[in-house]
Ligand binder design. Structure first.
Ligand code: OAD
Length: 235
């Protein structure tokens, strides 16, 4: 298999692509959801009930991110974007910003980013670097409303869905990397892409829940498998 420059390539990544950067996934053993309950830290109701606990969770995520660097899988996607240019699109469920750090430009962060916050009252945005994380709950400088991480929680609608839908419909290749395929709507993208004619490809350390929709599956670590595959695909 070989990509041509006119092929439309759409990639969806999940927490697994950042595992080799030292960031915990959600559902692997010792994953984040083993130590925290989703309903306590990743829903709007949780934030309403106990914003301090939610902030504690995201502050830890931010602390870990400070030392994390993109790994070979991230850099390989930058190489793929350089090859396919505007025919390449990267959709990520990750909130860690590592795809941008690796140099990718065409990135849709459908679950937001922990590098940003916004005020729940006036919606003013802040880069996390401007926020005083020593405070149990940071507040808006303009209106004194509570700030929250700009991440999409369970029960909220992900970002960029209209754009993503168009990309999936036009894709020649749809590649999922490091995602368990259990969280919708992202878990449903394979079905849409396949229905509209894309070849579907998966790279994961285990078979994801939507494995049956994948035409070509490669079992292994993204940082080891992806660089070799992309070299073959774009040679
Ligand atoms: P999960 O933790 O559910 O799944 C990560 C997947 O990556 C698993 O299938 C692992 O086997 C695989 N994996 C682990 N290490 C890998 C590696 N080095 N190379 C390749 N694969 C590897 O994470 P997501 O599918 O991203 O949402 O989770 C989706 C959403 O659920 C997240 O965005 C988050 C979470 O709850 C919200 O918080 C809204």
């Amino acid at each position: 298999m070989r990509f041509s420059k006119s092929d439309r390539i759409v990639v969806l990544t999940g927490a697994g692509i950042s595992a080799e950067s030292g960031l915990k996934t959600f559902r692997d053993s010792d994953g984040l959801w083993e130590n925290y309950r989703v309903e306590d830290v990743a829903t709007p109701q949780a934030f309403h009930r106990n914003p301090e606990l939610v902030w504690e969770f995201y502050k830890q995520r931010y602390e870990q991110l400070k030392t994390a660097k993109p790994n070979p899988a991230h850099f390989t996607l930058k190489k793929l974007e350089d090859f396919a240019q505007t025919n390449f699109s990267l959709i990520t469920q990750n909130v860690d910003g590592l795809h941008f750090q690796a140099g990718n430009n065409n990135v849709l962060e459908m679950h937001g980013s922990i590098l940003r916050c916004f005020c729940v009252k006036c919606r003013n945005n802040y880069p996390i670097s401007d926020v005083d994380l020593e405070k149990p709950i940071p507040f808006c400088e303009k209106c004194k409303g509570m700030l929250r991480p700009d991440v999409v929680w369970f029960g909220e609608i992900p970002y960029h869905l209209e754009k993503i839908n168009i990309l999936l419909q036009k894709a020649d290749y749809f590649i999922i990397i490091g995602t368990s395929g259990v969280v919708y709507p992202a878990a449903g993208f394979l079905q849409t892409a396949k229905y509209y004619g894309a070849m579907t490809i998966g790279i994961n350390r285990e078979k994801p829940a939507n494995y049956y929709l994948i035409d070509k599956f490669y079992l292994g670590k993204a940082g080891e498998v992806l660089p070799k595959l992309v070299d073959e695909w774009i040679e």
